[in-house]
Ligand binder design. Sequence first.
Ligand code: FES
Ligand code: FES
Length: 159
Amino acid sequence: MNRPGRLLRLRVNGHIREVYCRDAATLLDVLREECGLTGTKRGCDLGTCGCCAIQVEGEPTLSCLTLAAEVEGKDLRTIEGLAEAERFAPLQEAWADAGASQCGFCSPGFLMTADALLARNPSPSRVEIREALAGNLCRCTGYVKIVDAVEKCAREGSS
Ligand code: FES
Ligand code: FES
């Protein structure tokens, strides 16, 4: 019996993944349910919380608002691709040092958005950090420690 849908070849964290999915499957659905990459979180599923942010060609992108089929062949990077050789990335270390995670649910989206900021602007001001992270919501931290973490990473080296 034919299944409705399509075969996609996605490039995620440098690896090709072939997935079969519905035509209307979102990138968030495919990452979590077909690729098993559950570090990317489903918050609102409406484009308002930033929990599902990943990088597409280096740009922060809400995976809940993106069709998986739109990004076939593009370079996708999720939180699982941020750490290098099973070590935390400097930005993740700064997050831990600054106490920028409490429940941690928002952290993957913040980290991927902040990493993209530091790639294009290695020395952002606190205002620029806040502007870049304006689409990411956190219910726990009050945001100050998150901005501290990005600033600390920028001050101490590459993300
Ligand atoms: S889950 Fe995508 S913005 Fe909230
Ligand atoms: S640390 Fe809990 S939502 Fe941000």
